[in-house]
Design a protein around this ligand. Structure first.
Ligand SMILES: NC(=O)c1ccc[n+]([C@@H]2O[C@H](COP(=O)([O-])OP(=O)(O)OC[C@H]3O[C@@H](n4cnc5c(N)ncnc54)[C@H](OP(=O)(O)O)[C@@H]3O)[C@@H](O)[C@H]2O)c1
Length: 333
């Protein structure tokens, strides 16, 4: 197996644990034996548990000797809650290490340099773009900025409406698109809505499987706004924890959630507009259904743009078909 194919396998491993490792990065690792056959795979366990490399080495056993470790993030070089992965790789007799992304955290960095000093062959940057835009996107953002990564997700008709004129909005997109949203909730740290959505839709805001049962992981549910929500609101049930943040200031909201890594904003047009005006959205996910609604209920309120010269410009980061719908991913230009 070549390095890129092995890295794709490592990426798959990391995606399996996304959401379960924060504040640690969701890392995937593959050990190739000296014949370049897969000898072991691993992904980061929740905080306090072993790192991906250590699990993959354990599974590879003696086959790691003279082999290659393929890891989505530069192996760590420091004693945190677990010993340095660099030491584990050397002790297992690994001869070469390939990784995708350099660790931006100064405390953990330096692993590649140390491996080189110890005589191992080191290859950096294998599928770095796929990893940094994929499984490590939110964690890398947190490392660079100190703030959680915010994704605004919304469902819209082709003509940019989030509900019909009478307010009914179930459903603009297909079951397949909604299942995709539930998968994203299951890997998010927190899911946010405004009080308006709670009053209108009374959502559960849990991550559910296609059969309606609860997913294994549930995000923190967050309600933003000054009004008190009724105690019988479904969002306050026992399926997951819920936090109510009594403010309208997006910066205060993010500050209150600063220990989190990956926030999914699912609010209506008012909250989305407020977050866009405040410039705190790092990615937009637009699920577009092949439907026209017309009418006054737009997907987003005022975003603070009065003329085309001041338009908020974003860049397409990905386009995919989900059942009959399209999912557009955008990042700031
Ligand atoms: N298509 C979609 O993806 C989607 C997603 C969610 C909702 N919806 C639809 O959106 C509709 C609800 O819309 P909505 O706009 O009322 O929901 P919202 O944006 O979730 O909630 C709006 C409320 O949030 C509070 N808020 C928090 N920060 C604010 C700020 N900076 N400025 C103003 N208000 C702030 C206000 O309540 P306080 O008075 O309590 O402060 C405001 O009334 C429903 O019909 C729902 O079906 C659609």
């Amino acid at each position: 197996m070549n390095l890129e194919t092995a890295m794709r396998l490592a990426i798959e491993q990391s995606e399996r644990v996304k959401g379960a490792t924060y504040p640690n990065p969701p890392v995937g690792a593959v050990i190739l034996d000296s014949d370049n056959e897969v000898a072991g795979v691993g992904a980061t366990e929740p905080p306090g548990g072993p790192h991906a490399e250590v699990l993959a080495l354990r599974r590879a056993g003696q086959r790691a000797v003279g082999g290659t470790a393929v890891v989505t993030l530069e192996p760590c070089n420091h004693h945190g809650r677990t010993p340095p992965c660099v030491d584990a790789l050397v002790a297992a007799g690994i001869s070469a290490v390939a990784y995708a992304v350099t660790d931006p955290n100064p405390v953990a960095a330096g692993g590649a340099a140390r491996l080189g000093e110890l005589g191992l062959e080191v290859v950096a940057g294998v599928l770095a773009d796929e990893v940094s835009r994929g499984p490590l996107r939110e964690w890398l953002h947190k490392q660079r900025t100190g703030m959680p990564h915010v994704t605004w997700k919304f469902a819209t008709s082709v003509d940019g409406r989030s509900a019909a004129a009478d307010g009914s909005s179930q459903w603009i997109t297909s079951e397949a698109a909604r299942a995709d949203v539930h998968r994203r909730r299951a890997v998010a740290d927190a899911v946010l809505v405004g009080t308006g959505t709670v009053f209108t839709d009374d959502p559960l805001l849990t991550a559910r499987l296609p059969d309606g049962s609860l997913a294994e992981r549930q995000p923190l549910r967050v309600v933003v706004g000054e009004r008190e929500i009724p105690p019988e609101a479904k969002i306050l049930n026992d399926d997951s924890r819920t936090m109510v943040i009594r403010t309208r200031d997006p910066h205060e909201v993010i500050k209150a959630l600063s220990d989190r890594t990956d926030l999914l904003l699912e609010g209506g047009p008012t909250l989305a507009g407020a977050f866009l005006r405040a410039g705190v959205i790092d990615r937009i996910l637009a699920y577009i259904g092949p439907i026209l609604l017309g009418g006054p209920i737009t997907a987003v309120d005022d975003v603070g743009v009065l003329s085309i010269a001041h338009a908020q410009r974003w860049r397409f980061d990905g386009v995919e078909s989900i059942g009959p719908d399209v999912l557009l991913s955008l990042v700031p230009n």
